[in-house]
Each structure stands twice: as C-alpha cells, then as structure tokens.
Design a protein around this ligand. Structure first.
Ligand SMILES: [Zn+2]
Length: 114
C-alpha cells in the first residue's frame, strides 16, 4: 500500500456498506431491518430479510442475492419458488405498493411496527 492510497482511504468519510456482510443494518427512514447489497449496475439497495414467494412478487421486483453478495434482479423469470425483495418496495416511509398484495401486507406490517 502506498502513501497515496492511504490518503485516498483517509478521505473516505462515509462508511461504505460491505456486500459480504450478512448481519444487515436498519433502514434510516423507518428503522426496519434490512441489509445492503450492491446491484450488478453498481448501485446499493436495501434488501428485505427472508425469502418471499416468487409468484406473488411482481416481475421486476424479484431479486436474488448471489454468492458474492451482489443483488441480481430476476425480471419476469421464476428460477425458484422464493426470491428476495427490496426493502424500498415495502418501506413504510414510502408510498404503499399498489401492485402486489404480498408487498402491501408487508408494508402494512412495517407501518404498524414503526
Ligand atoms: Zn424503511
């Protein structure tokens, strides 16, 4: 490690989420449990804990967390019975999801708990 790289790391004043961390965090908007994962496009998203029935989750909101921690959007495909979902789709600090009864039920559960 060079002096220059040390200086660069010193400038990092924001904590960077670790995609390999499975312990998770809490959503800053609602306090609900979730974990940060980086998508294949390099953006960070909060993933809701647990697995959800894929057929009840709208296409485009189905996610899978790869072995290296990367969040992969499944699109309309149904590769398995369960999938992961983004916390952003069920965060009670955001508008209620209108396209899925499962997501809406989860949103309501979070809203009651917060
Ligand atoms: Zn939230």
């Amino acid at each position: 490690m060079t002096v220059d790289s040390l200086r660069v790391s010193d400038r990092t004043d924001r904590p960077v989420p670790n995609p390999r961390t499975t312990g998770g965090t809490t959503c800053q908007a609602c306090g609900g449990p979730a974990s940060w994962h980086r998508t294949v496009r390099g953006r960070w998203m909060l993933v809701e804990p647990g697995d959800w029935p894929t057929h009840h989750i709208p296409a485009g909101k189905r996610w899978r967390v790869a072995g290296d921690g990367t969040a992969v959007n499944l699109g309309p495909s149904v590769p398995s019975d369960t999938c992961r979902i983004s916390h952003f789709d069920v965060c009670p600090a955001r508008p209620a999801p209108a396209d899925s009864s499962v997501l809406l039920a989860l949103w309501r559960r979070h809203a009651d708990a917060s």
